[in-house]
Design a protein around this ligand. Structure first.
Ligand code: AR6
Length: 181
């Protein structure tokens, strides 16, 4: 576990399962069809029950680099923010920009809904094969920039890493970013 204060917002890095988080919203690593799948997506729909998929069907889909919001169904979190990160190709096909955009659009939805806390998994670093080290830098850079520059009610932005290696990469990336500034 690691924390950093970005103005009035606490940034937290923890190891855990995204479906256990008691934040106002949890973020899903979704696909463009919002049609469910494995990894985080599978875990969220299993734990949250069928209501979330019913709402996803009504929404119909979401372009890469954007996010959509539904209720949290049976989850402790009141909302699920479904973010679509890029599939990693060669690293020069706009992946960084699209990954940053998926985080930013999720934070925008949290802001517009007046949320105080949100928990993210590491988007795109599973089935979508984004290298963890680069993904950690993009995730943290984007979140720090957002909470510094936008007017919002966010008191807590938490990154929930599923394994030790994920947590270590995020911790290293945070150390690099906070010693640079
Ligand atoms: N809690 C937190 N992190 C998790 C959990 C969990 N319960 N389960 C896996 N991770 P992925 P993607 C980590 O594959 O790469 C789906 O089929 C995992 O170790 O969930 O964005 C969707 O429908 C990895 O580091 O998301 C899409 O089609 C990270 O979460 C596609 O996969 C993301 O892995 C999205 O792929």
């Amino acid at each position: 576990m690691r924390t950093a204060a970005i103005g009035a917002t606490r940034l937290e890095l923890v190891r855990g399962d995204i479906t256990d988080q008691d934040t106002d919203a949890i973020v899903n690593a979704a696909n463009r069809g919002l049609s469910g799948g494995g990894g985080v997506d599978g875990a969220i729909h299993r734990a949250g029950g069928p209501r979330i998929m019913q709402e996803c069907r009504k929404i119909g889909g979401c372009p890469t680099g954007e996010a959509r919001i539904t209720s949290g169904g049976d989850l402790e979190a009141r909302y699920v923010i479904h973010a679509v990160g890029p599939v990693y190709n060669d690293g020069v096909s706009g992946e960084d920009r699209l990954l940053a955009s998926a985080y930013r659009d999720s934070l925008r939805l949290a802001m517009e809904n007046g949320l105080r806390s949100v928990a993210f998994p590491s988007l795109s670093t599973g089935a979508y094969r984004y290298p963890l080290r680069d993904a950690a830098r993009v995730a943290l850079e984007t979140a720090i920039e957002f909470v510094k520059t936008e007017r919002h009610d966010l008191e807590l932005v938490r990154f929930v890493l599923f394994d030790e290696r994920g947590l270590e990469e995020f911790e290293r990336a945070l150390d690099r970013l906070t010693t640079e500034h």
